[in-house]
Design a protein around this ligand. Structure first.
Ligand code: ATP
Length: 194
C-alpha cells in the first residue's frame, strides 16, 4: 500500500534522508522511531507529496506519488501532531465537509456512525470543535479516514500531548483500523505505544 524505494531527500547540501526503503502492507502498523531531526516528518511529507524526493520514489497503492499527486491523496488520510479542523464548525460538520471534499456524501446517521466508530462521545457531535480536546480532534480525524474510505493512514506524532488514557484509546483505534486492513505509517517518539 505504501512503499519507498531508494528514497533520499536533501535540503541544499544537507542530507535529511539517506536511501530509505520501506514497505507498509495492508494491515501493517509501521512505526518510524528516531531522534529529533532523524527524517521522520520528511518521510511522511514525501508520501503526502508535500515535498519532492531528491532521488528515489514513493508509491501509494502502486502509484508514483510525484506523477499522481491528486490521485494518490484519495487513498490516504493524514493526521499530523495538531489536526487542523474548522474550529467554528461542529465535529459532525467538519466530518461532513471533509467527506464531501473527498467526494463522499453521507446522511446524518451515516456521519454519526463514523464518529461513533472513532470513539467520539455522542454529546460532542454537535459541539464546536474549538471546545474539543486534542484526543477528541484526533477521533474526528479517524472518522474522516473512515468516511473517506482511506486505505492508508499517515500519522505524524499523533499521540504527543495526549494523556495516557487518550493515548491508549488512540492505539486501540489503530488496532481496530488494522483489522480492517488499513496500512498505517506513524512517526512517533512514543516507544511504549509503538
Ligand atoms: P522531530 O522528531 O524533531 O520531529 P524528524 O525526524 O521529523 O524530527 P525532520 O523534520 O524530517 O525530522 O527533519 C530532518 C532534518 O531535515 C532535520 O535536520 C531538519 O532540520 C532538516 N530539515 C527539515 N525540513 C527542512 C527544510 N525545509 N529546509 C532545511 N532543512 C530541513
Amino acid at each position: 500500500m505504501l512503499s519507498a524505494q531508494n528514497l533520499t531527500k536533501q535540503y541544499g547540501f544537507f542530507t535529511a534522508l539517506h536511501p530509505l526503503d520501506l514497505t507498509v502492507n495492508p494491515g501493517d502498523i509501521y512505526c518510524l522511531l528516531g531522534a529529533n531531526g532523524a527524517g521522520k516528518t520528511t518521510t511522511i511529507n514525501l508520501f503526502l507529496g508535500f515535498i519532492a524526493p531528491t532521488s528515489g520514489k514513493v508509491f501509494i497503492n502502486g502509484l508514483d506519488v510525484q506523477e499522481n499527486l491528486i490521485q494518490t491523496k484519495k487513498f490516504i488520510a493524514y493526521i499530523p501532531e495538531n489536526l487542523m479542523l474548522y474550529p467554528t464548525l461542529t465535529g459532525l460538520e467538519n466530518l461532513r465537509y471533509f467527506s464531501e471534499l473527498a467526494g463522499k456524501k453521507y446522511n446524518l446517521s451515516q456521519l454519526s456512525a463514523f464518529l461513533e466508530e472513532a470513539g467520539l462521545q455522542t454529546e460532542a457531535f454537535h459541539k464546536r470543535v474549538r471546545t474539543y480536546s486534542k484526543g477528541m480532534r484526533q477521533k474526528v480525524g479517524i472518522a474522516i479516514a473512515l468516511a473517506k474510505d482511506a486505505r492508508a493512514l499517515l500519522l505524524d506524532e499523533p499521540t504527543s500531548g495526549l494523556d495516557p488514557q487518550a493515548s491508549n484509546e488512540f492505539s486501540a483505534l489503530l488496532l481496530q483500523m488494522k483489522q480492517k486492513g488499513m496500512a498505517t505509517l506513524m512517526a512517533t517518539h512514543d516507544l511504549f505505544h509503538a
